[in-house]
Design a protein around this ligand. Sequence first.
Ligand code: C6P
Length: 418
Amino acid sequence: MRDTSTTEPSAAQSLSLNVAKIRNDFPIFQNLSVDGPFTYLDSAATSQTPRQVVGAVNEYYSEYNANVHRAIYAVGEKATKAYESAREKISRFIGADETRSVVFTRGTTEAINLVAYAWGRHNLKKGDEILITEMEHHSNLVPWQLAARDTGAILKIIPFRADGTLEDAETYFNENTKIVSMIHQSNVFGTVNPVDKIIPLAKSVGAVTFIDAAQSIPHFPVDVSLLECDFLAFSGHKMLGPTGVGVLYGKPELLEKMEPFLAGGEMIQTVTLEKSTWNDVPWKFEAGTPNIAQAIGLGCAIDYLSEIGMDTIHAHETAVTKYALNKLNDIEELTIYGNPPERGGVVTFNVQDIHPHDLAQLLDRDNVAIRAGHHCAQPVMEKLDVTATARASFYLYNDLEDVDRLVAAVKKSMDFLR
Ligand code: C6P
């Protein structure tokens, strides 16, 4: 599975972003360490946070901290306005036709569970088929395993090939397929899956479509109106926003028909001791006090990303990733997993005879942060016949020097352990 197809970009000038300027916006990169610059290569797990987002969260807590949709006083109204304005920004960012399509959740995981319960438990029955892929994150596998167990539906899997691309999806659809829920960009291989081809296949058999966009929305333009997906989910903390906030996009007509997921304050219209009626969407799915500061912070992160431009960010990451693949491929004892033609800034690898956890710990001594483990994708590890891998992932604040530091630290670790 060694990748040999990449070509080396000429040099740093091939990068479309001014990384030094961008890094100035990130307080974490200003904390100078005796071990040299902080080489953060784990943005697929969680991205770093620019001071603008920290400032927006801080401003909410310092200047207008109040609950939303309840208060009849100035700061409460300001909080409600800021929270709902974040929803509007998100709606525009993903190309949604209507703002009410945007439901705030705690993250991608909660968004998928919401649909697996509120749609899945009421629409699936024995013999129906739920279609996912073999490269799903556990968040888009386990909720559907539970939905299948509870309803008698069958979980069907589109396998992936050795290069990290999906096998031809066409043969997996039939009249029993009721939902296809799939990862847009793999958090292991970086593969960008052809959701634009798969969604029409699903529609041709009347199946509902769900896109796990946790690894795609932060890195390139995604437009739900062009894709015509029914549901889509992503997390704020992977796109420069705070932790604890994410989004479920849903077509309003589907959200309206769905039963609530969590029940309590704000998601109701009327309540008697005997029964209740529900609020309009999206609030029907936002029970209790929401993650107000986090939602406002996510709105600010979207402003930041939009100002730079998602196409520019994507071009930058593509150049950094090509450079990284080239450099890592030069190391004889290193295996890169997958070689998808359409990919994002995620490179997964192992070094012969070195456990990825040991490698990650040694890299940390050189201030290089990568992820090591199963990446919440144990079935992927099983198919690759490994228990764990190392993974480097890139974002707008990474440059070619980060890659050079990664490669130098890997080589140093190899020397140290041999
Ligand atoms: N992947 C990674 O290091 P949450 O935790 O809900 O914000 O996101 C879950 C999730 C869902 N789908 C995909 C494709 C993901 O990559 C993730 C999170 C992180 O790969 C943490 S395990």
